[in-house]
Ligand binder design. Sequence first.
Ligand SMILES: Cc1cc2nc3c(=O)[nH]c(=O)nc-3n(C[C@H](O)[C@H](O)[C@H](O)COP(=O)(O)O)c2cc1C
Length: 214
Amino acid sequence: MMYSRLLYFLISVVTMTSCCGASAGDDKIDHSGLDSTMIVLDNMMDRRSVRAYKEMPVEKEKLLAVARCGINAPSALNGQPWQIRIVDNKDIIDGVTEAFVKANPKAASEAGFKNAFRNAPAFMAVLSPSDGSGVFDCGLLTENMLLSARALGLGTCVLGSTTRFMNSDENVRPYLERLDIPEGYQLLMIVAIGYPDESPEAKPRNEEVISFVE
Ligand SMILES: Cc1cc2nc3c(=O)[nH]c(=O)nc-3n(C[C@H](O)[C@H](O)[C@H](O)COP(=O)(O)O)c2cc1C
C-alpha cells in the first residue's frame, strides 16, 4: 500500500508538471482523470493472491464480467487463442477435490483445507491451443481477469499446481471432460475466484530487475 502511495505521489508530480494541460501562464492544473488513474494503479499494486475465501457464492454476472475482461486482452494478430470455462458447480469442485485428497492426503489434511481450489467457491479454467502458441496471450487474459476480479471485490489465485494435477490424474478425467475442451486445446491454467477472507501482505519485489537503457 505504501509503495502504491509513493507511486501516486510520483505520478501526481509528473502529472502536475507535464501532462495535464498546465502551461506557462496557465496556473490552472487539470486533474481530470487522476482519480481513475489512482484506482487502476492501486488495483495493480495491491492485488495479491488470495488463498482463503468466504463461503459465499459469486454472482454469475460478476464471473461473466471477469471473463469478458479476460477476452478483451490483446492477442497476437488478434488471434484470440483462448477459451474460458467458468465453474461454480459444486459437483465438479467436490469431484476434483475428492481425487486431490486421494492423491495428496497430506496436503488435504492441512488446517482449513476445504477444496483443491484454495478453498474458493469457483474457478476459471483458461484453455489454450495444445501447440503452446497461445500461452503469452492467455497470460495477458489471465492478468485481465485477476485485475477485473479485484475491481469487483473478488479475490483470485492462479493455480499451477491444481492445473498440473487436473491434467495428470486419472480420477479427474470425467471432470475434465465436463470442461468440454475442444480438439487441439488444453487446460492451460486454473484461476481460483471468490470473495476474499484474507488480505495478504505483498511479497517483496526485486526492483533491481528494472533499468533504463541510455
Ligand atoms: C503461473 C503461476 C502459477 C501459480 N501457482 C500457484 C499455486 O499452484 N498455488 C498457489 O497457492 N499460488 C500459485 N501462484 C501464485 C503465486 O504464488 C503468487 O502470485 C506469488 O507468490 C506472488 O504473490 P502475489 O500474487 O500475492 O503478489 C501461481 C502464480 C502464477 C503466475
